[in-house]
Each structure stands twice: as structure tokens, then as C-alpha cells.
Ligand binder design. Structure first.
Ligand SMILES: [Zn+2]
Length: 98
């Protein structure tokens, strides 16, 4: 892996990468200066590839979340319907078995 060496423009110290190994953000540990580096072609290609690999799953996940959300909305309606039908059945039985 290519090691980036970024020099702080303010104090000349070596800056350290912030966050993950392919992060483009570098922070100076001495003065707190922040710098952004260009994304290399290899990193860009890997990022695009991983985005493309994730995309179908992200779509499935969103669909699943929508399904769960609609189920959550429908639950009180279903319970109300079942209770209503049970009450109706009780009333009908009460009048027919009298
Ligand atoms: Zn610095």
C-alpha cells in the first residue's frame, strides 16, 4: 500500500491520516491543521466498485425497511379489524341464540 506523506502547511510537521486507511483527510497532530488529499485512481476505482457491489443490497434493504414501516402502520388497523369482527360475531351470536 502506498503511504501518503503529507506535510503541514502551517508548521511543517508530518500530518496523520484521520479515520480509515483510505481517508482523504489528514490532521496535523501539533497545530490541528486539516488537509484534504486527492483521491488516487486506485482508491477511486475501489470505491466505485464497492459502491456498485453495495447498491443492490442497499435497494433490498430500503425495500425491507419500507415493508417493515408499512407493517408497523397496518398493525393497529389489523388489530382493530379483528376486534371489530369478534364484537360483531358476539353481537350476532347473542341475537341468534336468544
Ligand atoms: Zn501543523
Amino acid at each position: 500500500m502506498k503511504v501518503f506523506h503529507v506535510i503541514c502547511e502551517k508548521c511543517g510537521a508530518s500530518m496523520v491520516r484521520s479515520g480509515s486507511a483510505d481517508s482523504r483527510v489528514f490532521v496535523c497532530p501539533y497545530c490541528g491543521n486539516i488537509a484534504f488529499t486527492e483521491e488516487s485512481d486506485r482508491v477511486k476505482a475501489a470505491r466505485l466498485k464497492s459502491d456498485a457491489m453495495i447498491a443492490p443490497y442497499a435497494f433490498e434493504y430500503r425495500k425491507h425497511c419500507d415493508f417493515l414501516e408499512s407493517e408497523k402502520r397496518m398493525f393497529p388497523i389489523r388489530v382493530g379489524l379483528i376486534i371489530g369482527l369478534a364484537l360483531l360475531l358476539c353481537v350476532l351470536l347473542f341475537f341468534f341464540l336468544k
